[in-house]
Design a protein. Structure first.
Length: 89
């Protein structure tokens, strides 16, 4: 069962650890170069969007595969981490 968007309260350290796969494509700089930035997103929005990929309500096969492997706690941890990262322009 996915966690609700308003209940993101993840472990930032775990999120930072898990973020390695994310930052392969999504830049920590916050720049948009064909792939949307995810730094600084509000945690609730991050969780909601990741759940939409996991439930295949958003169509992006790569994101569906990646998010499909994550637990709700891992998604919350990533939300906590990326929510606290500020773009480095």
């Amino acid at each position: 069962m996915p966690i609700e968007a308003g209940l993101a309260a993840g472990d930032r350290a775990l999120g930072e650890y898990l973020s390695a796969e994310c930052v392969t494509c999504h830049q920590l700089s916050g720049r948009y170069q064909g792939i949307p930035p995810i730094v600084g997103w509000p945690e609730a929005s991050f969780v909601e969007i990741m759940n939409e990929y996991r439930e295949k309500r958003r169509s992006n096969p790569a994101m569906q595969t990646i998010v499909g492997k994550l637990s709700s706690d891992e998604i919350a941890a990533l939300a906590a981490y990326f929510g606290g990262v500020r773009p480095k322009n």
